[in-house]
Design a protein around this ligand. Structure first.
Ligand code: MRU
Length: 369
């Protein structure tokens, strides 16, 4: 997708140096567009942990590039136990998005059979890039399937703009390209279907206000940023045609963990009879889980994210200010779980399915454990 008219991926190998992986520094957006160079496994861990990269598909791909960096920098006869150690270390960076574990486990299984340094490093490089390109293909496929839903609503509305509500950033910044929730929007936009996006600001880190709004602006898609509590009101007044969100971990039964606040939007959509779609690649489905509320680990993050707001002063300086007194206690749950009964359908790379085990199994029969 485009930044100032130029195509980028969120992660890529340095064009002149195969031992450096570059990522867009999402902590600085929308105020500054910059990159971070990852050279070691701990650089990859830190980038995931400190939110330089974020979003379920992107942290998965960063994890496998981290494995590659670990191997090229540190290889001796003990490389196999070290590979397992790096894998566990990287997986521990963030607990909710299952993509990190799924991709790293896939990578380890592919590498364990190698014998020489040359073979394992070459394979790690090849597989990390293959997984990256696969994520792009899957995002694009999600875009094509989801676009059909938007097109159908557009026809019903006789070409009036389709109003889509989204939460957090499930855009191309959270992936490699296209995004999950935004892919159908970009496909519709490219087809000339009029769309307008309501962007939840997404406290406390404001991924909607900071990232999704910036991303949609780069692509020229009409959008409006709204405080998180606005969605219900808009839905009651016929100003939302569909909700379109991503997922960090979905169970085999269709319960969806996504950024905190998603559940409340699903309840409001349910009450107002508005379709609530979740767009996700199969690398976000945890086929080992059945009960999302009980089983999905929910990340609890630093209270500073709630207490301090970052913004740009009129002088141009980016700074943080405290918005809560120093004595009150603060909770910062990163995600919540929306039970499958509130979800109209899942949009995956293999098509659209109901959020239940029968339909999910029909699309992914080989994944059932
Ligand atoms: O904490 P973040 O910014 O990594 O959370 C990201 C989200 O919740 C996204 O909506 C999610 O990863 C959807 S998939 C692109």
């Amino acid at each position: 997708m485009k930044i100032s008219g130029k195509n980028y991926h969120t992660i890529f190998v340095h064009p002149d140096n195969k031992s450096i992986v570059q990522v867009i520094d999402q902590r600085k957006l929308p105020f500054e567009f910059d990159f971070v160079y990852l050279k070691t496994v701990s650089d990859a861990f830190d980038a995931i942990k400190n939110m330089t990269v974020r979003g379920a598909p992107l942290i998965g791909v960063t994890g496998v590039f981290g494995i590659y960096l670990g191997l090229i920098n540190d290889f001796d006869e003990n490389w196999r136990p070290r590979l397992i150690k790096s894998a566990e270390y990287l997986k521990s960076a963030r607990p909710t998005a299952v993509n990190l574990t799924i991709l790293i486990d896939e990578m380890v299984a592919l590498l364990e059979v190698c014998s020489s340094k040359e073979e394992v490093c070459e394979k790690a490089f090849k597989e990390a890039n293959r997984m990256k390109l696969r994520e792009i293909d899957w995002s694009e496929a999600i875009g094509n399937y989801g676009c059909e839903l938007i097109e159908a609503i557009s026809k019903e509305k006789n070409g009036q703009p389709v109003n889509i509500l989204t939460h957090c950033n499930a855009g191309w910044l959270a992936c490699i390209d296209w995004g999950t929730a935004t892919a159908p929007i970009y496909k519709a936009f490219q087809k000339g279907i009029p769309v307008h996006v309501w962007v939840d600001e997404t406290r406390p880190r404001n991924q909607g206000a900071r990232l999704t709004a910036w991303e949609l602006l780069q692509e020229g898609v009409s959008h409006t940023v709204i405080p998180d509590n606005t969605g219900g009101h808009l839905m009651q007044h016929g100003m939302v045609d569909l909700c379109l969100l991503g997922s960090d971990r979905t169970t085999s039964t269709g319960d969806v963990a996504n950024k905190i606040g998603t559940y409340l939007k699903a309840l409001a959509a349910f009450d107002n009879n508005i379709p609530f779609y979740v767009a996700l690649p199969s690398t976000s489905i945890d086929f080992t889980l059945k009960d999302g509320v009980r089983e999905i680990p929910i990340e609890q993050r630093d209270s500073e994210e709630v207490c301090l707001m970052e913004g740009k002063l009129e002088t141009g300086e980016v700074t943080k200010i405290r918005i809560i007194n120093e004595m009150s206690s603060v909770a910062n749950y990163g995600f919540d779980v929306t039970p499958a009964k509130f979800i109209t359908a899942l949009i995956t790379e293999r098509g659209i399915c109901k959020a239940n085990s029968t339909d999910i199994t029909r699309l992914f029969p080989e994944k059932i454990v």
